[in-house]
Design a protein around this ligand. Structure first.
Ligand code: ZN
Length: 678
């Protein structure tokens, strides 16, 4: 059962956020209940669902105008703010209703032309439906129970059984002008309805107050859930760690190969494996359900019309088995395009034939995306679809969109227009491991890669530090706390990166420690310990990462944080310099051995960076022993400029961008003749 979260005090607060006008008060409350809806994954997921409010505002001439604030594209309800609900002049929208037909392009154009703020995002494709309904507040969701209901073969009959005449029933029409007209017609046939069921699509409610419309969203959804005996929440997103996932990097590489892209672009995975999913994949009718289509038109863009289904035997066969399935998926997808494209009113260009979600027998449902965020969205929808299919099938049948309708959504001109537009960030689709990821340099490097679109796995031995570091990245990044000098740690890290993302593209082997002391005086144990972290851990992580990269068969990169000590000894720094020198040789050796796998191996020699190794206290004592200020000490290089962690991060980014460079050491030390390599 979904809990009604409406709280009078909170609503009042939101109404008061902008005290200036009644319009802003209504908008405040609109934001409040939109977020309430968005925050409940049982109601709304990933841009699915939209809300609106109608208000009156004065324009520049002092005239009062009706304005519709409706969800803009690119915003999710759970985090929506005022700019995510752009204002559109309502009267011009209402005038459209008189038209017999309206192209999507014209519809979008009219909507954009009437924005109060020309810089706003595009209003939702369901804007006209919101506009045509006369109510002040309108809410729309694709909640799981409603999707089950909306896809039953006898959906209208069951809807009447549950709601009597309280819901209007709208036949399936693609979102846009025609759907808006039909929906409002149905509403007008019985203006007493509390909402609408959109067949094969979702649910609308409306009212003159935000509270009442929200109450109806929650109430109706619970009524349907009760009918289908859905007692607990759907637990979408829950997963429990599992082993033997080394087929995922193989799968990842094969999909990338299929897309025929440069090494840069690899899909990212999100595996969901709660017991309901595992059991669903064991159903006798699973093959039938596989090809049936998605539960809502909004899903198709993120999930494609069907999953790729890897059965136990495919996974067992490894590369050959998986490759065969991926090629089969591609062939089927092309056939689907060839069947449907000629029926379209305009020329369509085929999209990539790669799967967007997978069913994997014994392992679960897999979201596949251009990055971890997209993979997670696809995984959520994959899970929801499994739930809808299994319950629907048990309650009379899962009877979703026909192939043609699905094609129309997937190849919608509005969506096609977006293709090829917008540059994706440079490291989108790259999965990067950073060891010592919670330290000053490690975190700085992680943030630099994150800013360029990569997804990160941070590794550190301090769990608390990791938690704090992770907060500075995106919600889709991950971490693992472990002591990388312990046997088996490198394998654990690879398990974690595959579990979280499906593979790895770049290892930043960064963790290190500076053991000081003259070699003649240093205890042998300490010396050996220094080798454990500054050499053996690097070696082990690099070798295990290379194994995963080889499974992907799409190249990769290993970048070491070495040190100028590797070539330029400092007094009392032997226990640091010796293993670092070995690590530099390791870099060269691996560059030689991994070159034919297109795995590039490079390193950074940095020096004198404020960090956990070079602490403020240490700097103080060094500076005073040389009789200079701390600043002068830190600027002790050819450029007379302090070198910071961010400069080291820039160095790693530069190396990661240098497609034809391997076996190279880049210095990031402000210039030091004695530490120059060539
Ligand atoms: Zn919708």
């Amino acid at each position: 059962m979904i809990k009604n979260q409406y709280n009078v005090k909170d609503a009042k607060k939101w109404r008061g956020v902008n005290k200036s006008s009644p319009a802003d008060q209504s908008l405040g409350e609109r934001i409040y209940t939109s977020q309430l809806i968005g925050k409940n994954p049982d109601l709304v997921m990933h841009g699915g669902g939209n809300t609106s409010v109608k208000v009156e505002r004065y324009n520049l001439f002092g005239e009062l105008e009706s304005v519709l604030h409706v969800k803009g594209s690119g915003w999710d309800l759970d985090t929506i703010e005022a700019p995510g609900l752009p204002g559109v002049r309502l009267d011009p929208l209402l005038k459209l209703r008189k038209l017999k037909s309206l192209s999507d392009e014209d519809m979008v154009n009219v909507q954009r032309n009437n924005l109060l703020d020309s810089a706003s995002p595009n209003p939702s494709v369901e804007t006209l439906l919101h506009a045509f309904l006369p109510h002040k507040f309108v809410d729309h969701t694709h909640a799981t129970p409603f999707l089950i209901l909306a896809n039953l073969p006898n959906a209208s009959e069951v809807c009447k059984k549950i709601f009597g005449d309280r819901l209007g029933i709208v036949p399936y029409i693609m979102p846009g002008f025609d759907l808006a007209k039909k929906a409002v017609e149905i509403y007008e046939e019985n203006p007493n309805v509390e909402g609408l069921l959109l067949l094969n699509h979702g649910h609308f409610t409306f009212s003159d107050t935000a509270k009442k419309s929200y109450d109806r969203i929650v109430g109706h959804t619970n009524e349907v859930a009760e009918y289908f005996k859905l007692e607990s929440s759907t637990e979408i997103g829950s997963r429990s760690k599992t082993k033997d996932l080394y087929f995922l990097p193989v799968f990842r590489g094969i999909i990338a190969e299929l897309n025929g892209e440069k090494d840069e672009a690899m899909p990212v995975f999100d595996l969901r494996n709660n017991i309901n999913i595992i059991n669903f994949l064991k159903r006798k009718d699973v093959r039938k359900l596989e090809t049936k289509g998605m539960a809502s038109p909004d899903h198709v863009l993120r999930t494609k019309g069907k999953p790729i289904f890897l059965e136990q035997t495919d996974v067992k066969k490894g590369r050959i088995g998986i490759e065969k399935k991926v090629l089969g998926f591609k062939t089927d997808y092309r056939k689907y395009f060839q069947r449907q494209a000629p029926k379209a009113s305009e020329v369509k260009k085929i999209l990539k034939a790669d799967p967007k979600h997978a069913w994997i027998e014994d392992f679960g449902a897999l979201g596949i995306g251009v990055n971890a965020k997209a993979a997670s969205a696809a995984a959520d929808l994959a899970e929801q679809n499994i739930l809808v299919r299994s319950i629907g099938e048990d309650f009379g049948g899962f009877n979703p969109l026909k192939e043609k309708d699905m094609f129309d959504c997937e190849y919608w001109s509005l969506e096609q227009a977006k293709l090829g537009k917008g540059n994706s960030p440079q490291f989108q689709g790259k999965i990067v491991i950073v060891t010592g990821g919670a330290g000053t340099i490690g975190l700085s490097v992680a943030k630099a890669f994150s800013r360029l679109g990569a997804n990160l796995l941070l590794v550190d031995n301090n769990g608390d530090h990791l938690e704090r570091a992770l907060k500075q990245l995106t919600p889709w990044d991950a971490s693992i706390a472990c002591d990388i000098t312990k046997k088996g740690s490198a394998e654990k890290i690879m398990d974690a990166v595959i579990w979280n993302f499906g593979g790895v593209d770049i290892l930043i082997s960064n963790a290190g420690t500076a053991t000081s002391g003259a070699l003649t005086e240093l205890e042998d144990d300490k010396f050996r310990q220094a080798f454990e972290l500054n050499f053996f851990a690097h070696k082990q992580c690099a070798i295990e990462a290379a194994k995963v990269m080889k499974l992907q068969n799409r190249g990769g990169q290993i970048l070491f944080n070495i040190s100028k000590q590797a070539v330029n000894p400092g007094s009392n720094m032997g226990a640091y310099g010796l293993p670092k020198a070995a690590t530099m040789f390791l870099m060269r050796q691996l560059a030689l051995e991994l070159g034919e796998d297109r795995i590039r191996v490079n390193g950074i020699n940095a020096d004198r960076i404020r960090s956990g190794l070079l602490t403020d206290n240490f700097i103080k004592s060094r500076a005073s022993s040389r009789g200079v200020s701390e600043d002068i000490y830190m600027q002790g290089n050819l450029l007379r400029q302090e070198v910071k962690a961010s400069h080291v991060a820039d160095g790693f980014i530069a190396l990661a961008q240098m497609d034809r460079t391997t076996g190279h050491v880049l210095t990031v030390d402000g210039g030091n003749t004695a530490a120059e390599l060539r």
